[in-house]
Design a protein around this ligand. Sequence first.
Ligand code: 5GP
Length: 206
Amino acid sequence: MNERGLLIVFSGPSGVGKGTVRREIFNTPDHDFEYSISMTTRKKRAGEVDGVDYFFRTREEFEKIIQNGQMLEYAEYVGNYYGTPLQYVKQTLDEGKDVFLEIEVKGAAQVKEKMPDGVFIFLTPPDLDELRERIVGRSTDSSEIIEKRMKIAQKEIEMMSFYDYAVVNDKVSLTAKRVKDIIAGEHFRVERVIGKYLRMIQEYNQ
Ligand code: 5GP
């Protein structure tokens, strides 16, 4: 029988670079886990493909999926829904493969409630000045809005205490390697393998 796969939850404050690190991880061949494609109601950006980057859906469609209990987690972020379809995650874990989620912090907290034996990895900025630069760099927002986003980001950083690992995002290639090393190491934790050996002993003595 296959061992169940690991659920890897990769999260962190907005602006920290989760998407960039995730793309770096999946762009290199030395990973052995599956990416769970999220669903969203936000507009497709240039170059994005439905079913590859996200499943792009209307609000009505998304809400129906929530009502049918088919989301592992979901959250509203900057006026749009984002969520993780449950079926793919369940099926892939049951097949013994690891599943990687890249999601914002409210969604990660829901996963922690439902699947606490996942591996929860929190991406942190090197410092708050750098986070501010990133938030300023990618928006045309007023300084008032930017300060609001900084306040939200500070609250989000405090949520680190619910995670198993905190990885600093100083250099993307290094950061991606750290995340892959954590996932590789998780497979060797005694609590993850002991069940298999206890079953082996039981079968041996039958
Ligand atoms: P973006 O619109 O830039 O692609 O993503 C915005 C935010 O939504 C990012 O912080 C990203 O991690 C988060 N996100 C992407 N997919 C999901 C999801 O399935 N669930 C949740 N809760 N957040 C998501």
